[in-house]
Design a protein around this ligand. Sequence first.
Ligand SMILES: CC(C)(COP(=O)(O)OP(=O)(O)OC[C@H]1O[C@@H](n2cnc3c(N)ncnc32)[C@H](O)[C@@H]1OP(=O)(O)O)[C@@H](O)C(=O)NCCC(=O)NCCS
Length: 161
Amino acid sequence: MGETETARLSQSHTEMTELLMPDDTNYFERALGGAVLHWMDICGAIAAMRFSHSQCVTASMDHVDFITPIELGEVVVVQAYAFETGRTSIDVKVDVRAEDPHTGDSRDTTSSFLTFVAVDEDGTPTPVPDLVCESDAERQHRQEAIEERQAQLEAIIDRME
Ligand SMILES: CC(C)(COP(=O)(O)OP(=O)(O)OC[C@H]1O[C@@H](n2cnc3c(N)ncnc32)[C@H](O)[C@@H]1OP(=O)(O)O)[C@@H](O)C(=O)NCCC(=O)NCCS
């Protein structure tokens, strides 16, 4: 890839839908945290790969709070998009929502920020396109992610003090 190449935020938008099955639940018939983290990782990686057109590996995941449980039989919707790039890294926001399939009601359950690194055939970090926002919606998504990540980091620091 040429170092001056660009890609739009919208190119990375990814949505994955799962049905919460018994294998992914705990004693209380609620989602295992590890299952949710796995879906977040996969959805985020697809967003990073769609953005960069390269293989991407997970370098890090920010703090994750499981805000509300997801119940057996609920629909799990995972959404991700890239909002920041470095030379070879891509920051991705991942949100998880649970939907009651009978009522259609949904609620936010988890949100976090993952960093992926694009790698070449040898596994060596390789340059990614610069992120560009060409619509108001893209600019708004990017701003939301930056502000929410900052707020999450500040909340963690507060908790530690
Ligand atoms: C991620 C990885 C490729 C980085 O390799 P590296 O030799 O440290 O590469 P560099 O020091 O050149 O850094 C490359 C980029 O990764 C970023 N990076 C490295 N470690 C990071 C971390 N822990 N968190 C966030 N970004 C990280 C750097 O900031 C740099 O970004 P930039 O190019 O945009 O400035 C390497 O650590 C790796 O392969 N880790 C294992 C990945 C993996 O297997 N993930 C699956 C889960 S086990």
